[in-house]
Design a protein around this ligand. Structure first.
Ligand code: ATP
Ligand code: MN
Length: 480
């Protein structure tokens, strides 16, 4: 058997010493032809492998370079140096993979996040990205754990769909037709999708919600957790063209149940990361602190990362209506002094990210759940309130990010739903399968969508969403 190694994390964490072990990993640094800092990705902490002087031939020594992959066998002993409890006194070193130190792009020094984005295939081997992606993993695991404990069924909604959940467009087309102009056409010159692979026009999904609702009408509680795609040309630090979304859908739930679940859910997964990824979060807290030092005093955040996470899990989210939010924004000094790019003049406008961030960061200084938005700025399936103007929607806004969750109680009344669809020019024939849920055993139900990368941004304290997904897709970029 080749792999009888000990994970570096386990080795560093164990209280024992004076036993033999084998470790494998990638060389971070090699000092004085004697001290190898070795990392295997299980933790940001390296094991110090000590090569006894004269024990290795010249050629092997030369091949221990930054980036090289090695196997080291030896004795785990209490460390004399500071910074680590144990080290490995090597009796044998085998080079598994060479790395030309001249050409290896990751030098043992600080690289900019922009540079690392260009070498995303190697950035996993840095401390920052090691920490980010271990935290991302933990959050994903905690999401499944949370819903599993609550008895939710994990539903795999389709990635290729013929429906557009929001009726909003911005979708990537899926076709096997040639793109050279020879695709079959109808008499009027439009593309004849009847002859395409699926016999109709299809897209990559923007949301699994509609399918999720179907399943909730059988299992009561379901959630999806999968990739979604939006061909929106948003070059922001919060938008990706391919991102992961978690979408629970609950039968027998109203807007308040929905908010309660969303708040409990967010706190649960953040707490999970705090308990299980302390070391990585402490590293990221430190990283953010250093980054903040580059900023002018008045732009620095009041809380450190860990402090912010503690605060979020230990305090209630503020819950206010859209109408209350508009009043706060309109009356704010920020608005009066015309500091918003989009001034708030009246009821009915959609909130821009600057408004969301004002509410969360300046006014309430905590996450905010905004409810009961004007129906005209929300999707057709949201439940209509009795006032005739608003719908039972809720968005959760997080400090530093803005919208992190979008959800609503769904319109379960068939007549109200179809009337609204007609008003909004959503074809009812194409969504006949969806309307069946309202025909056969409808019930009050609700759900929400949480953008996974926005949550990872929040928890890691990173500022650009392209740094919290392994291989980001955004306009003009689909490398790796
Ligand atoms: P925004 O106004 O920020 O573009 P949205 O209103 O389009 O968001 P929804 O359609 O409600 O968002 O999607 C649900 C959740 O998915 C959002 O709350 C957000 O967390 C996330 N999300 C939406 N679009 C993107 C994107 N392009 N990249 C990453 N996450 C996204
Ligand atoms: Mn959007």
């Amino acid at each position: 058997m080749f792999n009888t190694r000990t994970r570096i994390k386990d080795l560093l964490n164990s209280e024992k010493a004076n036993y033999s072990a084998t470790v494998m990993g990638w060389v971070r640094t090699f000092r004085n032809n004697q001290f190898i800092a070795l990392n295997d990705g299980s933790t940001n902490n390296n094991i110090q492998v000590v090569v006894e002087l004269g024990s290795l031939d010249e050629n092997t020594l030369k091949r221990i370079t930054t980036g090289a992959c090695i196997k080291a066998t030896g004795e785990v002993i209490p460390s004399l140096g500071k910074g680590q409890k144990v080290e490995l006194k090597a009796t044998g070193i085998e080079i598994l993979g060479d790395s030309d130190a001249e050409k290896f792009p990751l030098q043992p020094k600080k690289h900019s996040l922009e540079f690392l984005r260009e070498i995303a295939h190697l950035r996993f081997r840095t401390n920052t990205f090691g920490a980010i992606f271990r935290v991302r993993h933990a959050l994903a695991f905690a999401i499944h754990e949370f819903f599993n404990k609550k008895g939710f069924v994990y539903l795999h909604s389709p990635i290729i769909t013929a429906s557009d959940a929001e009726g909003a467009g911005e979708m990537f087309k899926v076709t096997t037709f040639p793109l050279d102009g020879t695709a079959p056409k109808n008499d009027d010159g439009s593309i004849n999708f009847k002859e395409d692979f699926f016999g109709r026009s299809t897209n990559l999904t923007v949301s699994g919600q509609l399918e999720g609702e179907l399943a909730a009408m059988a299992f009561s509680d379901i959630y999806t957790f999968g990739p979604t795609f939006r061909a929106e040309n948003s070059n922001t630090t919060r938008h990706l063209a391919e991102f992961w979304m978690i979408e629970p859908e609950m039968a027998f739930s109203d807007l308040e149940d929905n908010m309660n679940l969303a708040e409990e859910f967010i706190k649960y997964i953040i707490r999970y990361a705090m308990e299980n990824n302390r070391e990585d979060l402490e590293f990221l807290t430190q990283r953010l602190e250093e980054e903040e030092k580059q900023k002018p005093q008045n732009e620095r955040s009041e809380m450190g990362l860990m402090e912010k996470l503690e605060f979020v899990v230990n305090n209630n989210f503020e819950r206010i209506t859209y109408t209350e939010a508009i009043d706060i924004l309109r009356e704010s000094n920020h608005n009066k002094k015309k500091k918003f790019q989009y001034l708030i003049e009246g009821w009915g406008v959609d909130l821009q990210s600057e408004h969301e961030r004002y509410l969360v960061e300046k006014h309430f200084k905590k996450p905010v759940i905004l409810t009961n938005y004007p129906k005209d700025i929300k999707a057709f399936y949201m439940r209509q309130n009795d006032d005739g103007k608003t719908v039972a929607a809720m968005d959760i806004l997080a400090p530093g990010i803005g919208e992190i969750v979008g959800g609503s109680q769904r319109e379960e009344r068939l007549d109200k739903l179809t009337t609204r669809m007609n008003e909004m020019h959503i074809p009812t024939e194409e969504l006949d399968w969806y309307l069946d849920t309202r025909r056969f055993g409808a019930c009050p139900h609700a759900g929400f969508g949480l953008g996974f990368e926005r949550l990872v941004l929040f928890v890691t304290g990173m500022t650009n969403i392209r740094d919290v997904i392994p291989f980001p897709r955004y306009p003009k970029s689909a490398a790796f």
